[in-house]
Design a protein around this ligand. Sequence first.
Ligand SMILES: [Zn+2]
Length: 309
Amino acid sequence: MSVAIHPIAAPWGRFALYSFLIDGPELALVDTGVTASAANLPAELERLGRRIQDVRWILLTHGHIDHVGGAYALWEATGRRAQVVISETDAHFLASRRAHVEEALALRGSYVDTEALEATKSAEVLEAVSGEMQPSRTVRDGDLLDLGGVRVRVVATPGHTPGAVTYVVQDAAGASEHVFVGDAAQCYGAASGFPGYEDPDAYRASLVRLVALEPQHLYLGHPYRRMDGTPYHVALAAGDARAALDASLEREAQVRAGASRAARRTSRSPYSPFEAHAAELGYTGDPTLEPSPFFTTLNGYTATEKEPS
Ligand SMILES: [Zn+2]
């Protein structure tokens, strides 16, 4: 059974957030943006001739605020009829605003002004997360969802977050027709110009998995950029899909090599303790702009390293 896919954009600060409508016998949304995006979404659906009340599935690729923040409001807007789906590993982000604050502190608290980070994040979750809820259903790798005859396979793609999953709409022959990766493939990064992932080895292994799926269509959570800084479209046909996955692998390899050549050292630089890493990688962006992929990612490569004394 064939479906149409519609990307739905929602701006949030310097980010462009995307949800996707899977327009089939049972309407499904992939990711929700934040509270403001959810408020905007019913009108976007109407322009497509669809109604929020008819949405039956809200499929969340991972727990980050810009993907789950609108989930509660949209679930309410469906009359609580939609099934809200997330991996069991990331489900706490749906259930607790505080989980987003704790995550930021755990990953970046030792690199930035901790009190300021806690204050910023605490204010952000109040505005950007529309409500706390338990998922209707948690999923894990290999699960199959039946969207009124449309088969969706859940593929674990951890690394960006521990519980990140990819939703794969399969065609009758089992091929990967529409592949929704969330933030599991980041090319050369989004607005901040750096790819963000907690676990580099898992991120790389997930990218290899995605290549093996041979997506006929690939959908990115944000307009991630090429090496030259130009953004990919969020909806990519097979050739561009492969290019975006290859670019993600290429950038991960570069960051890995740069991280291995540099050593952590506390300094007065805003990149501290990764001043040498920024120099190796030619990174000149603001490392403190949340969600600070520079710090999150380099923490993943170097967390067990000791500074020279
Ligand atoms: Zn994310």
